[in-house]
Design a protein around this ligand. Structure first.
Ligand SMILES: [Zn+2]
Length: 99
């Protein structure tokens, strides 16, 4: 199954990870179940990524680790990353520019 990152204009997929072996590990993180934290994630997408559809989430959205700061993730294995509690995505390298 191919997993896509929910962040608009992010090109990470799980499929890509397997085909490009020398890349940094990419991991995908589900939206938090805590409603407050979830709201912060959505806010980050709206404000940081100017993502218009952020309040209409698909069934099982995931965000890849590229949108989290180094100090927000910890390595739990060779290719496995885990988010620290209360981490909020904050890095949107390809965010649309506001006009
Ligand atoms: Zn991503």
């Amino acid at each position: 199954m191919v997993v896509y990152c929910y962040v608009e204009v992010c090109t990470s997929t799980l499929y890509k990870k397997k085909s490009q072996e020398n890349q940094e590990p990419v991991s995908f993180h589900r939206f938090p179940s805590d409603p407050n934290l979830r709201a912060q994630w959505i806010k980050a997408l709206v404000e940081g990524n100017h993502q218009l559809n952020a309040d209409t989430l698909p069934q099982n959205p995931k965000i890849c680790n590229l949108h989290f700061r180094m100090q927000d993730v910890e390595k739990t294995g060779f290719m496995h990353l885990r988010l620290k509690p209360k981490s909020v995505p904050s890095i949107f390298p390809n965010a649309r520019r506001e006009r």
